[in-house]
Design a binder for this molecule. Structure first.
Ligand SMILES: Nc1nc2c(c(=O)[nH]1)N(C=O)[C@@H](CNc1ccc(C(=O)N[C@@H](CCC(=O)O)C(=O)O)cc1)CN2
Ligand SMILES: Nc1ncnc2c1ncn2[C@@H]1O[C@H](COP(=O)(O)OP(=O)(O)OP(=O)(O)O)[C@@H](O)[C@H]1O
Length: 217
């Protein structure tokens, strides 16, 4: 397995198909491991993490983005043990932040975003994820939160394996500020970045800002 050998074995700019296959297999195993660990967490500790993460996010928004006021912030509707930021969504909405939620409108394409308010009646989208209804206003986020299955100190993110956030960040111009949010315990030494992987601007966990990238393209 990839993790049993030196991290620099994988040349991020190489496109050796055999190596790409090895990385994909390793990521599959790590996703399963991290998701199983998350599933095993008690309801109480997951709640603690969600509360801490929401506080950290609020602090980051205040310190860097004027609290997010006047901006479009995309959050996510929690699934599969992800931290629950819904109480913060409502609070930010009340403070003048425009909240958007991502959805898969077209498979293997960039995500779409629709406006969410506390009155929005959610419907079932792809993968059974609740999403705002088709008549909700389409949005382009200024700041996008990407839920983390895993993260690394270089700012790279492991998600569910659909490649949706990478495609979305690659497609949007100007690129939104990207903030990966998740459990501090989901840290990996490296995700063995591949040519399509885009590092996030921030990695934020329940323990605070872990990564802040200086240069943004
Ligand atoms: N709460 C939440 N909402 C979100 C995301 C998220 O990570 N969390 N997404 C963040 O992107 C998008 C949905 N992401 C998805 C990612 C993968 C698959 C999917 O079909 N996965 C396949 C396996 C894919 C593969 O390995 O090839 C499956 O599990 O069957 C669906 C949606 C938008 N909404
Ligand atoms: N910009 C892109 N254009 C085309 N394909 C892409 C792009 N970005 C990623 N992909 C494809 O998506 C697949 C999954 O990528 P990856 O393992 O990075 O997923 P992930 O970031 O964990 O998933 P997600 O963002 O959906 O949570 C890869 O096979 C990759 O080839």
């Amino acid at each position: 397995m990839a993790r049993e050998i030196a991290p620099d074995y994988f040349d991020p700019l190489a496109t050796d198909p055999e190596q790409a296959r090895d990385v994909a297999r390793w990521r599959g195993a790590e996703r399963n491991r991290l998701r199983a660990a998350r599933d095993r967490m008690s309801v109480a500790s997951r709640k603690d993490v969600s509360v801490s993460l929401a506080k950290q996010l609020q602090r980051l928004l205040i310190n860097r983005f004027n609290g997010g006021r006047g901006k479009v912030l995309s959050v996510y509707w929690p699934i599969k043990g992800e931290p629950d930021l819904r109480p913060l969504m409502a609070e930010l909405h009340d403070e003048g932040v425009t909240i958007a939620l991502p959805l898969v409108e077209v498979k293997a394409a960039p995500l779409a975003f629709r406006r969410w308010t506390p009155d929005t009646r959610m419907v079932r989208g792809d993968w059974n994820i609740p999403v705002p209804p088709p008549d909700a206003e389409p949005m382009t986020p200024d700041i996008t939160l990407a839920p983390l299955v895993g993260w690394d100190p270089a700012g790279f993110r492991l998600g569910y394996g659909g490649g949706y956030f990478d495609r979305t960040l690659a497609a949007l111009a100007p690129r939104p500020v990207s903030i990966g949010v998740g459990f501090h315990t989901a840290r990996l030494q490296t995700i063995y970045p591949q040519p399509h992987d885009i590092p996030l601007d921030f990695i934020l966990t329940d323990a605070g800002v872990q990564v802040e990238r200086q240069e943004r393209p």
